[in-house]
Design a protein around this ligand. Structure first.
Ligand SMILES: [Zn+2]
Length: 220
């Protein structure tokens, strides 16, 4: 199967998230794209914000905005009904369930597999394209005409994350107390601990430095 190439606005989204974590309010562009796979970026649309679990995809409009920000469609014009929105949220939770099971070394729950397999039925069919004399086989993605393919694209990416040869690179951010983000560890040493240095890595460094300073003061 051929997964469509995704172009996300990773750095912009990251700075948006930093602003959110600092205490701003959720708006159209406040999504994070640091999962290394669009299915993990979907899972990461629920975040812990000021100590509260926050869903960034509460409406079909928000989902349209996320689709555009994730590079799945050129604009936020995809017509999405409440039914499809509900199914994307259901798929998101199934992907989360599958990924966390894998990270914890457990079997993927049957209900999560059922939701993923149902969505896999909507994988877009491929078509031949000819550009500048080069012939390529690409998925036929038209979210305006056939919004169901969205479920197929996301499920296909998730299936490749949990069953492909990158499955052992799936990680949960080490900052368990205030971060729920998932990502693919693509570092050569396979030692990435944080969703990002900017967010949780530096927070950890500052906390560790503070703890060392306090214990030094106590010892003196
Ligand atoms: Zn984190």
């Amino acid at each position: 199967m051929i997964a469509p190439k995704i172009k996300g606005r990773r750095l912009t989204a990251l700075s948006m998230y930093s602003r959110l974590v600092m205490g701003g309010s959720a708006s159209s562009a406040d999504f994070v794209f640091l999962g290394g796979d669009v299915s993990l970026d979907l899972v990461n649309t629920t975040i812990v914000l000021n100590g509260r679990f926050t869903d960034l995809l509460t409406t079909p409009q928000r989902l349209s905005e996320w689709i555009a920000a994730a590079g799945l469609a050129p604009s936020a014009s995809a017509r999405l009904g409440t039914d499809l929105h509900g199914r994307v949220i259901e798929l998101r939770e199934a992907i989360r369930s599958a990924c966390t099971a894998l990270i914890d070394g457990a079997a993927i729950p049957g209900e999560a597999l059922d939701v993923l397999n149902e969505a896999l039925r909507s994988v877009p069919v491929p078509e031949l394209r000819q550009d500048d004399g080069t012939l390529t086989l690409e998925p036929r993605v038209d979210l305006d005409r056939d919004p169901e393919t969205l479920l197929g694209i996301l499920a296909q990416h998730a299936a490749e994350v949990v069953s492909g040869d990158r499955a052992d690179r799936l990680r949960r951010c080490d900052n368990h107390d205030t971060c729920t983000l998932l990502f693919m560890d693509t570092s050569r040493s396979r030692s990435r601990r944080w969703c990002s240095m900017e967010l949780c890595g530096n927070r950890h460094k500052v906390a560790a430095h503070h703890a060392r300073a306090v214990s030094n003061r106590i010892r003196r």
